[in-house]
Design a binder for this molecule. Structure first.
Ligand SMILES: NC(=O)c1ccc[n+]([C@@H]2O[C@H](COP(=O)([O-])OP(=O)(O)OC[C@H]3O[C@@H](n4cnc5c(N)ncnc54)[C@H](O)[C@@H]3O)[C@@H](O)[C@H]2O)c1
Length: 383
């Protein structure tokens, strides 16, 4: 068991509130890290629901206003797991109060907001991270290791997709609990900031910065009833988004996302083609990495499907025995483990707020290009 206590204050008890809470509760059972997260308080506007969540997950107390949570002396870390329109205000206040911050993605509604968040954490000197959790799927981390070792050689192509099908019905309303993703004021954008942001973060981690993009977006259902106003209102989000990109290393990319791909629930895939080898990954089969190496002996050359469960694979020695796979929730446990190890070593790993801002620069450029129909240069983060 680990030593120092780290008091966590969570904002939001929805989907991500659960994945994060599970990670805090589990991490010390599997990872030898210098800190022990303590579930100190959860904050949400509905006190009864917050209390029910606190009881189920083991939080010691609740707050019904995140400002009170941020002001509490007994909280070390603020975890922002509430909708996108809340991230900037909470993070900036938390930084001012000297709290460490783990913030959900996308970092902010716009890159202008995200810049202010980066300034705030820089000024306060507080540890920060963004929950781009797919970096910590063992197969994706393995892909990163192989690319960094140069196994693929020069990279020519990057191809990513994130497909869903849950908003096809024209009768689906927008706004309010569960459907805030369809309300542009709360979400900031549609699939560009929600789904492509994940693809972009992984892509830049694996293959470096993106220089420019040209994009198209579409809103297939133009009006939906708003749950909070009861009125039929225009839909401001992009239902589908596709873009071409040029990476700084000269490689070309295609990215596509939609919530109108009938039959697909969360099909995040990427493929990378290099001079020597190619890699492919698929969230529906997340413990496998597909690998083709042209340097293999001719008659044996072919795609390998590597079951990423051996103890030499990233993170896997902390889990069961070779051959037994892990899943989605483990990516959050890995992120917490890496964060806590980073606190111990003094070097917090990415993705930090600067990485979150870099992704917001790309999504802003995608939306600007879709509006103008032109190539747009992506603003670069100052290191
Ligand atoms: N990393 C990932 O893979 C991933 C997956 C899903 C969602 N997300 C991100 O996580 C965040 C939350 O998404 P979710 O799916 O958990 O949403 P959700 O709707 O399931 O939960 C949101 C929670 O925030 C609370 N909330 C809303 N407004 C609030 C406010 N003003 N103050 C305090 N609490 C408030 C709600 O009551 C609810 O508990 C979003 O930014 C989303 O983009 C990330």
């Amino acid at each position: 068991m680990s030593g120092k206590k780290l008091n966590v204050g969570l904002v939001g008890y929805g989907f991500m509130g659960r994945t994060h809470s599970n990670a805090y509760r589990t991490v010390n059972n599997f990872f030898d890290v210098g800190y022990e997260p303590v579930l100190k308080a959860v904050s949400a506007r509905d006190g009864a629901k917050a209390q029910a969540f606190a009881s189920q997950w083991g939080y010691e107390s609740i707050e019904t206003d995140w400002r009170k949570l941020v002001a509490r002396k007994d909280i070390d870390l603020i975890d922002i797991a509430s909708p996108n329109d809340t991230h900037a205000e909470i993070a900036i206040a938390a930084a001012k109060a000297g709290k460490m911050i783990l913030c959900e993605k996308p970092l902010a509604l716009t890159s202008a907001q995200a810049e202010k968040m980066v300034k705030a954490v820089d000024k306060a000197g507080v540890a920060n991270m963004v929950w781009y959790n797919y970096r910590r799927v063992p197969a994706v981390t393995l892909a990163k290791q192989w690319i960094d070792e140069g196994r693929l050689g020069r990279i020519f192509h990057y191809r990513a997709k994130f497909l869903q099908d849950w908003t096809i019905s024209k009768d689906l309303p927008q706004g309010g609990a569960g459907l805030w993703r369809l309300d542009v004021k709360v979400a900031g954008s549609g699939v560009t900031g929600d789904l492509l942001a994940h693809c972009i973060d992984t892509a830049m981690w694996l293959n470096g910065g993106i220089d420019k993009v040209t994009a198209m977006t579409e809103t297939f259902i133009k009006q939906r009833k708003h749950n909070l106003t009861g009125k039929v209102q225009p839909v401001g989000i992009d239902d589908a988004s596709a873009f071409l990109a040029r990476f700084s290393n000269g490689s070309l990319a295609t990215f596509e996302s939609t919530r109108y791909a009938r039959g697909h629930k969360a099909l995040y895939t990427f493929e990378i083609n290099g001079e020597n080898a190619s890699i492919a990954w698929d969230l529906h089969d997340l413990h496998r990495l597909q690998y083709f190496d042209h340097r293999d002996e001719g008659a044996l050359r072919g795609w390998k499907s590597i079951h990423v469960t051996d103890s030499e694979h990233p993170y896997m020695k902390n889990w069961w025995v070779p051959g037994l796979q892990i899943g989605y929730e483990h990516t959050f446990i890995h992120q917490v483990a890496d964060f806590l190890k980073g606190l111990e070593s003094g070097k917090i790993p990415g993705p930090d707020f600067r990485d979150g801002l870099a992704t917001d620069y790309v999504t802003d450029a995608v939306l600007a290009s879709a509006r103008s129909g032109r190539w747009v240069k992506v603003k670069q983060v100052k290191k």
